[in-house]
Design a protein around this ligand. Sequence first.
Ligand SMILES: C[S@@+](CC[C@H](N)C(=O)[O-])C[C@H]1O[C@@H](n2cnc3c(N)ncnc32)[C@H](O)[C@@H]1O
Length: 223
Amino acid sequence: MSIMDQDTPEEVLAEFKDSQLGGWGLLQITASTGLAVYAVWAGLLMPGFRRVPLKLQVPYLPASRKQVSNVMALLKGRAGGLTDLGSGDGRIVLTAYRLGFHPAVGYELNPWLVRLSYFHAWRAGLYGKVSYLRRDLWKVSLADCKNVTVFLAPSVLPLLQKKLLAELPEDAIVVAGRFPFPGWIPCRTEGEGVDQTWAYHIQAQRQGQPAEMGQPAERAQGL
Ligand SMILES: C[S@@+](CC[C@H](N)C(=O)[O-])C[C@H]1O[C@@H](n2cnc3c(N)ncnc32)[C@H](O)[C@@H]1O
């Protein structure tokens, strides 16, 4: 009797229990599961990343509401545009635009996320006001970026530090979420645990010292 002919779930289960799963069967199950996981990874989560070295690939993990508000708290008083490096579904860019950061731009390699970002912008009545560009963040020029936000992985931060130091204008500020930049001293920090965000004056990092940003650096570091 085949599984399709059986009536109750108990009978189907009994059939499975009785049947011996050989090495070949196990191999097939493992291979097809691996293939399915890879298809989801390559097709939905990481399309467009083929040319990015594996160690620089950062998966999509959207910032929480609290993380976004912590980022914006650190940028209070700043003016000009905002650039989110790896903008995901566009939430940071959208919030930044609402708070007066113009132009508000997101660089994102995943085309699905770029489309989703534009959908969110349209739904918010801000279509055409914000920009989501399908670009590799490692290849864009940051020479005009005054306010930069970064929610990436610790593995890519050292390389990103080099790019930021080399390209950002002297008065730029970088706000990092989830993970601080190694070796850099923030001028301010907001939130705790997974919601913590850190702000860095690029000029101070070039000079190797923390800068004032409306709050003493010692307080920001909890000293
Ligand atoms: C952890 S998510 C953060 C998303 C968004 N910034 C937020 O906070 O909600 C990182 C994003 O960076 C994108 N990303 C990773 N590497 C990239 C690259 N080289 N160029 C452009 N985007 C990249 C990923 O596709 C992902 O959407």
